[in-house]
Ligand binder design. Structure first.
Ligand code: FAD
Length: 418
């Protein structure tokens, strides 16, 4: 059996290793579109503030790991997939044509640049690749002025490496008017904003970014900011152009079924590029998170190797450390229709807890500053436990969540479909 995996991020690498275990004689080719050995983007914030070197970002650190696994690793870009009923071929950018019986698309996504002039000027970067990390690291000198355009998850994870380096950091929240809007309730966002401001970060929640001029200089309708570096973190788009003409269904990402199969015969998808099942809602979404990517990769590979393994869905969970203030966001933290929510805010001590319920089950949560309960919260959400009388107790005092978890732990977990 010939397996081709396009993309050597966490999804592709986990899939390749799983295939090797499941099919000891299969031919496995892993195609990664960036120079060097496969690395994890999650390590980029640590590379850019130099708390690890680039080898620390590699996904597998044992020398010749891929050779030992008999995984052929090619540093090339896939340009086009030609799919047939019984398999197909992939054209690479050096003219190589790879035959496949089973294909995995694990190409992740790329930053989508804001539609303004000047995004290609010197001193303007994204925060996505090791190359970006090198460019940013060079500019992290005390007194330098850094502007982060965008205030979502990737901007958030990079901020922890920028705060405390002595750079003057401005963060442009843009039209959202709120930082971390996709993972944080307004009360939590404003607490995190205040935390950043107390550490010298200029958080700009008003005004529209119009263009970037040489310098670089960020021109807004409200002000002009001179900078040494402008980092664009304004969203992403899935890497799918090579699938054009195959009939693959693309929505937010490549749409897959319960077995990570795309709509094209023998073609699977996994990771940030795939629109897979959400554990909490049962809907099909892109969860751009490393644990989701590796699990997608594993399940896709099992199915490619002939196992019939459904994917139960991933729990949306973001952990963020912005310069020492740590937040956790789980599941349906926005709340659900007909559900209930309790929120506790301790502004003075930067502590925030929000629990969301549907009937007597916890379906989502946010914590800021208090990490002690996150294991219990995650456990209660993932096992879909009936809380019984604990639900009311938690509505009155959300801090009792560990007590609830311990007490309820003696009872049996509820199956997913219940
Ligand atoms: C700065 C940063 C920090 C992050 N921090 C966290 C975190 O703390 N926690 C967390 O859970 N997640 C984090 N993430 C998200 C996490 O990195 C992604 O969810 C994860 O990398 C997805 O893995 P993937 O394998 O699907 O895609 P990717 O890791 O994006 O890998 C895609 C691979 O496909 C290759 N590729 C793309 N197009 C082609 C092509 N045409 N031909 C060949 N190869 C191609 C790329 O070169 C790459 O090898 C972070 C992301 C960034 C950018």
């Amino acid at each position: 059996m010939k397996y081709v995996l396009i993309g050597a991020g966490p999804a592709g690498v986990r899939a390749a290793e799983t295939l090797r275990k499941e099919d000891p004689t299969g031919e496995i080719t892993l195609v990664g579109g960036e120079p060097g050995e496969p690395y994890a983007r999650m390590a980029i914030p640590y590379v850019l503030n130099r708390s690890i070197d680039e080898t620390g970002a590699l996904q597998r650190k044992t020398e010749l790991h891929y050779d030992h696994q008999r995984i052929r690793y090619l540093n090339r870009k896939a340009l086009k997939v030609h799919a047939r009923e019984d398999g197909g071929t992939v054209d690479l950018d050096d003219g190589t044509v790879l035959d496949y019986d089973r294909l995995l698309v694990a190409t992740g996504s790329s930053p989508s640049l804001p539609p303004i002039p000047g995004t290609d000027l010197p001193g303007v970067v994204t925060c996505w690749t090791l190359e970006d990390a090198r460019a940013i690291a060079e500019k992290l000198k005390p007194g330098n002025r850094v502007v982060m355009v965008g205030a979502g998850f990737v901007a958030g994870v990079c901020m922890k490496s920028l705060v405390g380096t002595g750079v003057k950091l401005s963060v442009i929240a843009g039209r959202a008017g709120q930082i971390l809007r996709t993972m944080m309730a307004p009360a939590g966002s404003s607490m995190m904003q205040r935390w950043l401001e107390e550490r010298g970060v200029d958080v700009i929640t008003k005004g529209r970014t119009e263009r970037i001029e040489p310098g670089p200089r960020l021109v807004m309708d409200t002000q002009v900011i001179e900078a040494d570096l402008i980092i664009l973190a304004t969203g992403v788009k899935p890497n799918v152009s090579f699938l054009e003409g195959t009939g693959a269904r693309i929505d937010q990402g490549v749409v897959v079924d319960h077995f990570m199969r795309t709509t094209v015969p023998h073609v699977y998808a996994a990771g940030d590029v795939a629109q897979g099942r959400d554990f909490s809602t049962g809907e099909w979404v892109v969860h751009a998170l490393q644990p989701t990517a590796t699990e997608h990769g594993r399940i896709a590979a099992l199915n490619m190797a002939g196992k019939h393994m459904p994917y139960r869905g991933s729990l949306s969970m973001n952990v963020l450390d912005i310069g020492g203030l740590i937040s956790h966001t789980f599941g349906q933290w926005q709340g659900v229709e007909g559900g209930e929510m309790v929120e506790e805010v301790d502004e003075k001590n930067f502590l925030y807890t929000r629990l969301c319920f549907k009937n007597d089950r916890m379906v989502g949560a946010i914590t800021i500053g208090n990490c002690n309960h996150v294991g219990a919260i995650r456990g209660l959400i993932q096992t879909r436990r009936h809380l019984g009388e604990w639900k009311e107790k938690l509505m009155h005092n959300p801090h009792k969540v560990m007590a609830a978890f311990v007490d309820l732990g003696q009872h049996k977990a509820v199956p997913e479909t219940a």
